[in-house]
Design a protein around this ligand. Sequence first.
Ligand code: NAD
Length: 304
Amino acid sequence: MDIRFDGRVAIVTGAGAGLGRSHALGLAARGARVVINDLGAATDGEGRSASAASAVVDEIRAGGGEAIAHGADVADEAEIADMVDQTMTQWGRIDILVNNAGILRDKTFAKMTMDDFRKVVDVHLMGTATCTHAVWPIMREQKYGRIVLTSSASGLYGNFGQANYGAAKAAMMGLMNVLHLEGARDDIRVNTLAPTAATRMTESLMPEEALALLQPETITPGLLYLVSEIAPSRTILGAGAGCYALTRVYETEGVLLEGAQNTPEGVAAHIEAIADETGRRELTDAFQQTRKYARKAADARGLT
Ligand code: NAD
């Protein structure tokens, strides 16, 4: 079955360059009408320019597709409201939101100012929440929506010098988990992409040979799957150089420590058993954990 987006309207943030540009071109090539959002900022978030977004619009139109540009800052609620209003006036619906805009302000935590921390959280976390909040009522009303949040291996696994970025990117998982639960009844599916790509963000960090393999176009097929009609929900898809993998959070079966055993020393003595992966499970809502612990304690007391 071909994956197509005919009749669908998509917003891609940060679509003037890098991964966002590639995603927008991919959506348009398969029939979507696309809003090219880009502030035109430098990698550290400074500055503003409309030229990157309008160049991508020109590219899509030259290929026979439909696109409009909007220079909203993803972290500015009023500007994002304007972008969503303009999209609704132009095309009357919003089916897909790709939260992709991003910046970096790398420093060790010791040297990082709270301003650098806040700015990165503002663009990645608050920007994603702001854009998603603005399209949410429209998708609920339509009873259809596909949303992707862009995380990073830095957030999922850690990367030296990126406390701000890693914290913001890990927050994508938390936001996705809750929006997946709240969106399900209206067929709003929420997924997370964890890409690794050669863009201006990474060009100084990787050798030439790696950059040549990690072109953004090798990742966009995964993004297109995550926003398609057959999309999963609550999936964290790692993607780069044509490789794909899923990230999942598991909890070990765990151990009940009662009475005199439930001390810091008891926890230390049982840490291997606590960490034992036999019977580990992926929990899909918070109360599964609460119920599991309460059940273990109740079983031990003969209460069930
Ligand atoms: P990029 O710098 O090439 O593109 C980012 C775009 O976002 C730029 O065009 C920029 O103008 C725009 N932007 C920045 N701040 C904005 C704002 N406040 N509002 C609207 N637009 C804004 O970077 P990229 O590598 O293509 O990154 C895209 C996304 O992928 C980011 O969220 C990034 O953190 C994430 N990511 C990238 C990699 C990688 O290897 N390149 C790895 C993990 C995650």
